[in-house]
Design a protein around this ligand. Sequence first.
Ligand code: SF4
Length: 264
Amino acid sequence: MGTIFDIKRFAVHDGPGIRTTVFLKGCPLACRWCHNPEGIAPAAATAPKTVRVGDKTFTESEAVGYEITSQNLMSELRKERIFMEESGGGVTFSGGEPLLQAAFLTETLALCKKESMHTAVDTSGFAAWEAMAATLPFTDLFLYDLKVMDDALHRRYTGVSNRLIQENLARLLNAGKRVRIRMPIVPDVTFTPENVAQTLAFLSALPAPVEGVDLLPYHSTAAHKYSRFRMANAFEKMKSLPKEALLAVKQQLESAGWATRIGG
Ligand code: SF4
């Protein structure tokens, strides 16, 4: 049994082809720019939802997360099977941090592979290696976040050290797994000349090359979630980055030899 908070169908930015993305609840990080803050707490909960009918406003309670078995989740995933097959897509497990529910994740990945579905795990990398290692036989692709290279800054902006994340990435590559890096581009945090240069140096020093880098621009569209779920929004006044700035980072990474995309 696992706890999920969303299933996104027809996703085109979470790995190759058309995919169904499952969002598992719970994350050990607390990134200040998180676009899915409702996914950080591990347990299912409820949140007030305001509904307007004519000139009247009603507040109802809406579930944020629910429990599901791997078998029932598979029934959901099979619904888009034809689109996955025709497009070279598959299933992506995201979150939150999917490896926080390692047993449920591994069980569901194994069921997907039994039905020949392509699988991707979108991870912060902050997980016990044993939990990650258990998923390896059933995971075709890892979408792996690299945020801030300076450990003190990483702690400040995400709440945890980046050491385990960096070590696990090297282990994945040593195990011969396919990895794409996901780099959130957050003004003044990850998007600084120092951090981009340090990321490039880190990538070059890895034991094997990653397949490419996806730049994920910060956007303020999650602001409504912070107010709806009554969570403090540290980046309330943060503006999205102009396209030119993103293109400049893309160019810098490409000049260093890394296939780079804006978005997933
Ligand atoms: S790792 Fe992802 S899900 Fe977890 S807090 Fe950071 S941005 Fe949010």
